[in-house]
Design a protein around this ligand. Structure first.
Ligand SMILES: NC(=O)c1ccc[n+]([C@@H]2O[C@H](COP(=O)([O-])OP(=O)(O)OC[C@H]3O[C@@H](n4cnc5c(N)ncnc54)[C@H](OP(=O)(O)O)[C@@H]3O)[C@@H](O)[C@H]2O)c1
Length: 212
């Protein structure tokens, strides 16, 4: 049995937890308010779900999902995630999050901020360019005309493969952007951000992306 440790159980974390249990994963979910605040969500998710602290979710994880604001990345537990694949859904909106100079000047990216905080983990940007509700509600089998494509980026090829497999299980085609440094191609403001697109459309959208 594979356990996904989920850090952040707002719009994104709760929908990815739903998709995960629906596809046979165990999940340990966590937020900043503590496991006691998650009893309703655990009941809704069923027997595959338990709540813990972020440390416990990280420690239990075969791989992890970090779905929190970029402003709290510094609180993500480091040691229990060492060596593990960590999916970053994090986006950066300067108006909402405040300015981060290294993203503004192109030195790093939103998921790059998490990778810098977790140097021994394999961070992959994924699920950052789709509405939270659609993560659990708009997956479709391969070949279905309604099937959407999502992009992923990360510096570790095996980690990217794991995430491509997860996309497939959850009902999405995958476009692999390569290293994390390429992940700006699906940033807010880019054509690929939060739109219905199939494989060919997403490939075209990321190819035509322009750094602002
Ligand atoms: N909403 C979308 O449709 C969407 C789509 C794609 C990507 N994203 C991105 O994904 C991230 C999460 O978005 P969201 O809409 O799910 O946000 P949200 O609804 O505001 O939820 C944020 C979650 O993070 C938790 N949290 C904050 N700091 C934490 C920490 N240090 N440790 C553990 N948990 C922590 C919060 O816990 P408490 O509630 O206990 O404070 C809450 O459960 C953001 O970066 C967002 O830009 C959002």
């Amino acid at each position: 049995m594979t356990t996904i440790g989920i850090i952040g159980t707002g719009h994104v974390g709760s929908n990815l937890a739903k998709a995960a249990v629906a596809h046979g994963y165990d999940v340990v979910i966590s937020n900043s308010s503590g496991p006691g605040s998650l009893s309703d969500l655990v009941s809704e998710l069923g027997t595959r779900a338990t709540a813990g602290t972020a440390e416990q979710a990280a420690a239990a994880a075969d791989f992890a999902i970090v779905a929190i604001p970029i402003t709290t990345v510094g609180q993500v537990p480091v040691e229990p995630l060492a060596g593990k694949v960590v999916i970053a859904t994090i986006n950066y909106f300067p108006k909402r999050d405040g300015h981060i100079a290294d993203i503004d000047n192109g030195t790093t990216t939103a998921p790059g901020v998490l990778q810098e905080h977790l140097p021994a983990s394999k961070v992959v940007r994924a699920f950052s360019m789709i509405d939270a509700a659609d993560m659990s509600g708009d997956g479709h089998p391969k070949g279905d005309p309604k099937r959407r494509a999502l992009a992923l980026a990360g510096d570790d090829a095996e980690a990217r493969q794991l995430v491509a497999g997860l996309y497939d299980q959850f009902g999405f085609d995958a476009v692999d952007l390569g290293p994390l440094a390429e992940s700006w191609r699906v940033d807010p403001g880019q054509r690929a951000f939060v739109t219905h697109q199939n494989l060919a459309e997403l490939r075209a959208n990321v190819a035509s992306a322009k750094r602002g």
